[in-house]
Design a protein around this ligand. Structure first.
Ligand SMILES: *[C@@H]1O[C@H](CO)[C@@H](O)[C@H](O)[C@H]1NC(C)=O
Ligand SMILES: *[C@@H]1O[C@H](CO)[C@@H](O)[C@H](O)[C@H]1NC(C)=O
Ligand SMILES: *[C@@H]1O[C@H](CO)[C@@H](O)[C@H](O)[C@H]1NC(C)=O
Ligand SMILES: *[C@@H]1O[C@H](CO)[C@@H](O)[C@H](O)[C@H]1NC(C)=O
Ligand SMILES: *[C@@H]1O[C@H](CO)[C@@H](O)[C@H](O)[C@H]1NC(C)=O
Ligand SMILES: *[C@@H]1O[C@H](CO)[C@@H](O)[C@H](O)[C@H]1NC(C)=O
Ligand SMILES: *[C@@H]1O[C@H](CO)[C@@H](O)[C@H](O)[C@H]1NC(C)=O
Ligand SMILES: *[C@@H]1O[C@H](CO)[C@@H](O)[C@H](O)[C@H]1NC(C)=O
Ligand SMILES: *[C@@H]1O[C@H](CO)[C@@H](O)[C@H](O)[C@H]1NC(C)=O
Ligand SMILES: *[C@@H]1O[C@H](CO)[C@@H](O)[C@H](O)[C@H]1NC(C)=O
Ligand SMILES: *[C@@H]1O[C@H](CO)[C@@H](O)[C@H](O)[C@H]1NC(C)=O
Ligand SMILES: *[C@@H]1O[C@H](CO)[C@@H](O)[C@H](O)[C@H]1NC(C)=O
Length: 562
């Protein structure tokens, strides 16, 4: 739609643009952002401490784009730590260079250096987010990504009056890197967080929070869209608003069949869009968030709050608290997740792979390594198919693209090496595991079914698994051991939810399906940072296809060196 066309056709440019707008889709815009990684002192819970931020802001800036846009984010690292940023849920078609996990798709941006993440937002709209993908730095380095539908395309639900971003997080009194280091040194889980936060603020149930309470003003009779993101490191969270039901309309930037609920469950990495009607007696109402944990493991169980405040109501009115599900309410979680369904409409079809080329079964377990300097002489770790993933020294995508040998192997087993009663009696002895940088190689455009099976190696626990580079369909889930003879018959192949992060239930399994049409090296890991650090991760090497646009793009010139 360039002006030379207007000139060539000999018609006024303005008229041409008008006609062009009707004849051709609107041209994609380029959205440029500058991220300066800076250390800044921030005060919460009566303590001030330096934290790593983007542009001095906590939470960081929101990336606003429209479906089809090109986004360029120039990240300059002024902090003392190595840095990389992941655009969580962005598919990065052929473009793993912009995905961000350190040592998987890129080497880190070292102190004093810059890297521009350059990517197209294609075929996605909704709420996603960005976060640091190195060390535990995502504790403070995170923000929202809002992808608006194409110009002129409405939401498939009532247009909200106003939208608001709700970022749920975790806060430590001390430096998170010290917390992480202490965990590595002792071999035990490090200190849990001191508070949860809503948009970086813990709310009035915590001391010194007068200035640190997020409030949202609403007008009676209007409908609001909340874009809720769980940016916590280790906690799956419930969220509710006193007196108001939530209508879920989207998760992980995929529209859902709308349903009403009094609370949501959201795991680290996930996003949930809800509509809220301000239809109650004008007053002040608490929004609240608290952890879900259905096994007896220590967890930060403190409640963060924010305020939904009707216009004209004075701050002196004491808000009421919502009733959140009990911290161990497994049945709420299973029931809620079962209600999540794809729209599967003509405009937003659910293209579920029906014929499967590759069937995978990965078990999730804990283990212990000998560590003479650790507490009790052992270090906790976590495994997939009995392998604890070893981080490489250079980026796997670079090694794959340039055929550099010796960085990784592609012998990750398709099924557990030794089948056992996965969710039977707890196994606390013989917890030996193997270590390795072992990946699974997948043919371009093949269809994959992956069953993630929790085990009782040390303990059962629920795990939110995130796959980079793809969305997948959650076709089935259950408690106990996956039964390949009976369970597939119960799959939902009509309107399963499509997303990028899914909770594997405590002592249960989840089956996901995707078509491997995005070549590259794609990380897959538990999104509980504690477990990622213990090795609960691997990656898929999706081979190039034969077609002209089916191979990995060349790396950008400013890709950080190792
Ligand atoms: C990114 O920003 C840095 C610092 O301002 C600058 O030196 C660099 O040239 C920028 N990179 C690109 C690709 O624009
Ligand atoms: C983004 O889209 C533009 C226009 O189609 C294309 O030229 C460019 O190569 C794409 N970039 C990436 C990283 O895919
Ligand atoms: C962890 O908590 C213990 C006990 O409260 C405290 O002594 C220690 O300093 C904490 N460690 C870090 C890294 O904050
Ligand atoms: C919320 O939903 C519950 C259960 O469906 C219903 O009983 C209640 O009246 C609803 N509350 C509001 C404020 O709409
Ligand atoms: C919250 O956790 C603390 C510390 O682990 C524990 O003492 C307390 O009983 C827990 N509270 C609830 C309501 O579970
Ligand atoms: C949940 O926790 C409560 C309080 O600790 C306890 O009474 C109840 O038995 C637990 N429920 C389940 C299903 O474990
Ligand atoms: C470490 O040893 C102590 C004392 O024997 C024991 O109470 C504790 O449970 C052990 N911790 C782990 C993680 O094994
Ligand atoms: C697995 O262990 C559970 C709990 O001990 C038991 O109920 C079940 O029968 C076992 N399954 C098999 C196949 O042995
Ligand atoms: C895991 O691997 C270790 C080391 O090869 C072995 O000793 C152990 O039996 C294996 N465990 C399982 C559950 O396969
Ligand atoms: C992938 O395979 C499907 C089914 O055979 C086919 O419809 C589609 O065009 C293929 N996609 C690509 C990018 O080759
Ligand atoms: C890739 O090429 C195929 C034909 O080879 C075409 O059908 C498809 O639309 C192309 N995809 C993109 C994203 O350009
Ligand atoms: C930062 O990354 C570079 C490149 O991988 C590595 O050599 C260096 O040791 C890292 N620095 C720190 C402090 O981890």
């Amino acid at each position: 739609m360039g002006s030379h066309h207007g000139f060539f056709l000999g018609i006024p440019f303005v008229l041409f643009v008008f006609l062009g707008f009707m004849l051709f889709p609107a041209e994609a815009a380029i959205k440029k952002y500058k991220f300066d990684i800076q250390v800044k002192s921030v005060s919460r819970l009566c303590h001030a401490k330096p934290i790593v931020t983007v542009n001095g802001r906590f939470p960081g800036p929101t990336i606003y784009v429209r479906e089809g846009d090109r986004v360029i984010v120039n990240v300059t690292n002024h902090a003392q730590y190595n840095m990389s940023i992941h655009w969580h849920g962005l598919k990065q078609y052929r473009n793993g260079w912009a995905d961000g996990p350190a040592y998987i798709t890129q080497c880190p941006i070292q102190t004093g250096n810059s890297y521009s993440y350059d990517f197209n937002v294609t075929g996605q709209r909704g709420t996603l987010w960005w976060h640091a993908h190195i060390l535990w730095l995502r504790a403070t380095v995170y923000g929202a990504v809002v992808i608006l539908p194409k110009q002129g395309t409405p939401f498939p639900f009532p247009q909200p009056h106003i939208e608001e971003i709700i970022l749920l997080g975790e806060w430590w009194h001390t430096d998170v890197e010290e917390v992480e280091k202490q965990g590595i040194k002792t071999g035990l889980p490090p200190n849990m967080s001191d508070a949860h936060t809503i948009n970086g603020k813990p709310g009035p149930l915590f001391p010194c929070s007068e200035k640190h309470t997020f409030a949202m003003e609403v007008e009676q009779g209007k409908t609001y869209l909340l874009r809720i993101i769980n940016a916590a490191l280790n906690d799956e969270l419930f969220f509710a608003i006193a007196g108001h039901n939530l209508t879920v309309v989207e998760v992980d930037a995929v529209y859902t069949k709308p349903f009403s609920t009094q609370a949501i469950i959201i795991a680290p990495g996930q996003t949930t869009n809800v509509l809220v009607q301000a239809n109650q007696m004008p007053s002040r109402y608490f929004m609240a968030t608290r952890s879900f944990m259905d096994v007896p493991l220590p967890i930060d169980n403190k409640t963060a709050t924010a305020i939904l405040q009707y216009k004209g109501i004075p701050n002196t009115i004491l808000p009421t608290l919502p009733q959140l599900p009990a911290p161990n309410d497994t049945s709420f979680v299973l029931h809620y997740n079962n209600k999540l369904r794809s729209l599967n409409s003509p405009e937003f079809p659910a293209d579920i792979p029906l014929k499967i080329d590759r069937k995978l079964l990965y078990t999730i377990g804990f283990g212990k390594d000998s560590c003479p300097t650790c507490v009790n002489g052992t270090r906790l770790l976590a495994t997939l198919n009995n392998i604890s993933f070893s981080m490489p020294q250079m980026a796997l995508l670079q090694a794959h693209y340039s055929s550099i040998k010796g960085v990784f192997k592609t012998d990750f087993p398709d099924k557990p090496p030794k089948p056992f009663n996965y969710t039977g009696a707890p196994l606390t002895a013989n917890l030996g595991t193997s270590h390795g940088t072992r990946l699974s190689k997948i043919k371009f455009n093949s269809t994959v079914e992956l069953v993630l099976q929790d085990t009782n190696l040390l303990t059962v626990e629920s795990h939110p698994f995130h796959l980079h580079g793809y969305n997948f369909f959650v076709v089935g889930t259950g408690i106990g051991n996956f039964d390949p003879a009976k369970d597939p018959a119960k799959y939902n192949l009509i309107d399963p939810i499509e997303r990028n992060t899914v909770g594997v239930p405590t002592g249960g399994w989840t089956a996901i399906r995707f078509r491997a049409d995005n070549p590259g090296v794609w990380f897959m890991h538990c999104h509980l940072e504690l477990h990622t650090g213990w090795g609960l991760k691997t990656a898929f090497v999706v081979e190039d296809g034969a077609g002209p646009n089916q191979s990995i793009l060349p790396p950008p010139n400013d890709l950080p060196p190792c």
